[in-house]
Design a binder for this molecule. Sequence first.
Ligand SMILES: NC(=O)c1ccc[n+]([C@@H]2O[C@H](COP(=O)([O-])OP(=O)(O)OC[C@H]3O[C@@H](n4cnc5c(N)ncnc54)[C@H](OP(=O)(O)O)[C@@H]3O)[C@@H](O)[C@H]2O)c1
Length: 297
Amino acid sequence: MATILITGGNGQLGSELKKISGQFSGYNFIFTDIAELDISDPTASNNFIAANKPEWIINCAAYNAVDKAETDFENALKINAGAVKNIAVAISGTATRFIHISTDYVFDGNNHRPYNEENQPSPSTRYGQSKLQGEKEALEHHQGSMVIRTSWLYSSFGSNFVKTIIAKAIETGKLNVVFDQVGTPTYAADLAETIMTIVSGTIKNKFPFVPGLYHYSNEGVCSWYDFAKAITDIAGIECRVNPVLSAEFNSIAKRPFYSVMDKSKIKERYNVEIPHWSDSLKKCIPLIFNTINHERI
Ligand SMILES: NC(=O)c1ccc[n+]([C@@H]2O[C@H](COP(=O)([O-])OP(=O)(O)OC[C@H]3O[C@@H](n4cnc5c(N)ncnc54)[C@H](OP(=O)(O)O)[C@@H]3O)[C@@H](O)[C@H]2O)c1
């Protein structure tokens, strides 16, 4: 029975993996978060991995505070790069497969065509720099590493843009949202399903596991304004959503203007079908309202 270790298991993606793990009864899942295993501690990582001997490790842990990372680079690097190195070194030379998650923020956003895996990363934020360093650690220290870059992640679990927009729209009935930053939202449930397709397909010999870089988001393209407008429309909230320019916001970290990613590689190699972002959003919003109603009871 294959043992699959998921680190950062209480986050958005980790929780979505936990949710679908019941569909994979033949596997031994171990979910950890910082309380059980602090992956920034090399000894703890090494000991935990040696004791549990996972055939697969899926690292969902991260430091995701993009603005805070500008002044807290040391901690961002510690979790987004140092911790990734700890895992990769602990399994170096073994047959353990490592799936690590990265971000569209490794690109500067000056492209006008979707980024593929061959495009040169050039992060314009400290967060992006720390994540890029993490990619290098995973790929350099372990030959069985797959790095999946994703973007604009949301879920019914944890905190994210969708939940923030719903809460602010209900509270204020009026929102200003940037329309000059374009990318693609990713429903963490879809990414979790794709990860398990890769894991289970490899175990069943449906296709070979090919290490390296991959891009994954939902299909389609939108601005944050389009995304917010779709959220309020689908949620049925009366709210005036105004498109505004990034220059009107004083954000600490400079977000990429364009971060659409080309997903051809992952789709072709693993026979993955990716839903359009608006279809996935329609699935997630009722689950968010279920959570809100459940919390009120
Ligand atoms: N969120 C996005 O919009 C986005 C966009 C692109 C890429 N990504 C990437 O996608 C992946 C999944 O993101 P997510 O949104 O699911 O993340 P998340 O919800 O922030 O979850 C990350 C989890 O990792 C935990 N963690 C932090 N430091 C740790 C450590 N030293 N050891 C073990 N666990 C630790 C966090 O605990 P605490 O909550 O206690 O810190 C949290 O439970 C990450 O690699 C992220 O960088 C995310």
